[in-house]
Design a protein around this ligand. Structure first.
Ligand code: FMN
Length: 412
């Protein structure tokens, strides 16, 4: 018997999702001057919550205000006031969705202009050719700094639970800190945190263990990992299988499969090592293979824009279908599909010659759609990629200045 993508799913720790759709994490860049969620994020998640998607993953929330993936980020630390986060979670619940907070540390993927800490497994900087100087040069972490990061992930997860979130997703994909530890290209340590795959996975596994022990049994703990970095000599599918086997006994609820990093943005359907990803559900093949070794439900994200494709993901033995761009353009897509199974959101391809700039424009376009919903828009619309890119650059510059001022004030 086939499982419908519209059917509910009960997770290993008892939480039930009303259907198999998940809004994938997308950094909204809507944090306020104090790095907190405010009215716009609340409105955005109210809209998504009412749109029919069973599970909403927030954009990544930082575990350290000195280490940000980008300007406009949200931070949740042990002493952060919880009221704004309570409002955020409650807005998602209004329409019957569950909301999990994605928690993250950027490691070396920190913009030089933002400043703050640039820490990594080893002192290897992001290599983006002529764009490399945009990134800070990282320092290899000391044992004490590793312990601090573990404690921060645990503190953020506990705070998320207190604020009414239904779970957390630990971000170990896309070349951020935990993914830097997993990859042999960025982790060249000779101690217990580097070398074999079990050593490279130690930081992730320790965080998962300690988070699981610190939260209630039915609070979901999920992990996002790369199927591969798509770089020669990087984290590969064989490593991913081993990491999943190590995660199996740790009480994880969902493993989301993605891929790539800033150097090789496979999460946008492009690879650096020449492999091409099929346009639709481009991590499905990897997710299917991972689902075979995983005792934990698997989620596949990337390139899903049609109901038939979403159903094909579930038919392939993958428990949850993640969607980012499609839900940024059309937040009530799942409700629309109940009435109009053929409906397809209008997603633009940006085929510019400079692939790095095209990637930045694609992100800027999605962020602009997200901003519209956050400001109370009621219908999808077409937006120009070029105008979105220019607007985004302007907004980001202002947010960089605001962040630097905030950090300077906090340090006094
Ligand atoms: C604007 C934007 C921000 C994103 N931010 C995050 C993030 O914070 N965390 C994360 O894991 N992935 C992030 N992603 C990647 C998405 O979760 C997803 O993997 C990717 O967009 C591919 O899925 P899609 O084809 O359905 O959009 C982001 C993507 C976009 C477009």
């Amino acid at each position: 018997m086939t499982t419908s993508v519209m059917s509910s799913l009960t997770l290993p720790n008892g939480q039930t999702l009303k259907n198999r759709f998940a809004k994938a994490a997308m950094e909204e860049s809507l944090g306020n001057a104090e790095l907190l969620p405010d009215d716009q994020l609340v409105q955005l998640y109210r809209t998504w919550g009412q749109g029919g998607t069973g599970l909403l993953l927030t954009g990544n929330v930082m575990v350290d205000h000195m280490a940000m993936t980008g300007p406009g980020g949200v931070v949740l630390e042990a002493d952060t006031p919880l009221e704004p986060f309570r409002r955020w979670a409650a807005a998602a619940h209004e329409g019957g969705a569950k909301i999990w907070m994605q928690i993250n540390h950027p490691g070396r993927q920190v913009f030089a202009a933002l400043g703050g800490k640039a820490l990594s497994a080893s002192d290897i900087a992001v290599d983006l050719g002529k764009h490399s100087k945009m990134f800070a040069r990282p320092r290899a972490m000391s044992e004490g700094e590793i312990e601090d990061v573990i404690a921060r992930f645990v503190a953020t997860a506990r705070q998320a639970e207190k604020a009414g979130f239904d779970g957390v997703q630990i971000h170990a994909a896309h070349g951020y800190l935990l993914s830097q530890f997993l990859s042999p290209l960025t982790n060249q340590r000779k101690d217990q945190w580097g070398g074999s795959v079990s050593n490279r996975a130690r930081l992730l596994l320790e965080i998962v263990r300690q988070v699981r022990a610190a939260v209630a049994a039915d609070f979901a703990v999920a992990v996002k990992i790369n199927s591969a970095d798509f770089q020669r000599g990087g984290f590969d599918l064989d490593d991913a299988h081993k990491v999943v086997q190590m995660l199996n006994p740790l009480g994880v609820d969902v493993i989301e499969v993605s891929g790539g990093n800033y150097e090789a943005p496979a999460m946008q359907g492009r690879t650096a090592d020449g492999r091409t990803l099929a346009r639709e559900a481009y991590f499905l093949e990897f997710a299917e293979q991972i689902a075979r070794v995983s005792e934990v439900p698997v989620m596949s994200t990337g390139g899903v824009t049609r109901l038939a494709t979403a159903q094909a993901v579930v038919d392939a033995g993958v428990a949850l279908v993640g969607m980012g761009t499609a839900l940024a353009i059309c937040p009530d897509l799942v409700n629309r599909w109940q009435q109009q199974p053929q409906y397809r959101p209008d997603i633009q391809q940006i085929n510019w010659k400079d692939k790095a700039i095209a990637s930045v424009a694609a992100m800027a376009l999605v962020r602009r759609h997200i901003r519209r919903w956050a400001q109370g828009a009621s219908q999808p619309t077409w937006l120009s990629p070029l105008v979105s890119l220019l607007l985004d650059q302007m907004k980001m510059k202002g947010k960089v200045r605001r962040y630097r001022a905030h950090v300077a004030e906090k340090a006094q």
